[in-house]
Design a protein around this ligand. Structure first.
Ligand code: PXP
Length: 239
């Protein structure tokens, strides 16, 4: 049975929009866990645009399941991870100008730079996953640098423009899972998965964990809006 990692970065984005303290990602993490999340996933970006160091430190103390820290492979981030000790670190590429993580990590190109970081994290008892495109060369490179897991970037599948393209992308995902399993790499998946397209990816089998953020938070706003408006409506009416 696959695990669900709930990415709560968007809760922090909303909080930061007003510079205040709500909604608190720590509260969101607790609710996600109560609802059955197997893991809380957060991305501490170099520019701290959503999750802040404060969130990471409090979540380390409050998360009851597993904490998965997405981060760039840099000295600063590896030091933070070794200090905070999340159960897992997912290494992702990071560009300041991007809206979200746009592509997978080029493990082939950056093998030499990545290896010492991976080894340091593993020596600290942290599981290391590499966020990569479903590309056989990247999977082989991830194996070569000693990663425990890969997280397959499902963005190209999610953004397919028609059923034919979607089918082609799904086959790439299937082949990627097969190759990774053959190499004894654990397989996670994420990015752009929603309440419609996740079923096809989950049906592939062999994927241990899904990390999903945007679609869950989007749905939370819509399914929660009714109650939120009712609550406020009562306050203004009957005060
Ligand atoms: N996995 C990784 C490595 C990511 O960078 C992201 C986006 O932060 C996700 C999963 C979740 O993607 P989405 O928000 O599209 O569900």
């Amino acid at each position: 049975m696959a695990r669900l990692g709930v990415n709560i970065d968007h809760v922090a984005t909303l909080r930061n929009a007003r510079g205040g303290s709500e909604p608190d990602p720590v509260a969101a993490a607790a609710i996600a866990e109560l609802a059955g999340a197997d893991q809380i996933t957060i991305h501490l970006r170099e520019d701290r645009r959503h999750i802040k160091d404060r969130d990471l430190h409090i979540l380390r103390q409050t998360v009851q399941t597993r904490l998965n820290l997405e981060m760039a492979a840099t000295d600063e981030m590896v030091e933070i991870a070794l200090n905070v000790k999340p159960e897992a670190c997912t290494l992702v590429p990071e560009k300041r100008a991007e809206l979200t993580t746009e592509g997978g990590l080029d493990v082939r190109l950056h093998q030499e730079a990545l290896k010492p970081y991976i080894e340091k994290l593993q020596a600290g008892g942290i599981i290391v996953s590499l966020f990569i495109d479903p590309d056989p060369d990247q999977i082989k490179a991830a194996n070569k640098v000693g990663a425990d897991y890969i997280e397959i970037h499902t963005g190209s599948f999610a953004e397919a423009r028609d059923w034919k393209e979607e089918e082609e992308e799904l086959i790439k995902l299937e082949n990627a899972v097969k190759l990774a399993r053959k190499l004894d790499l654990g397989v996670n998946a994420g990015h752009g998965l929603n309440y419609v397209n996740v079923k096809k990816v989950a049906a592939i089998g062999g994927i241990e964990e899904f990390n999903i953020g945007h679609s869950i938070m989007s749905r939370a706003i819509l399914v929660g809006l009714h109650q939120a408006v009712r609550d406020m409506s009562e306050l203004v009416r009957y005060a």
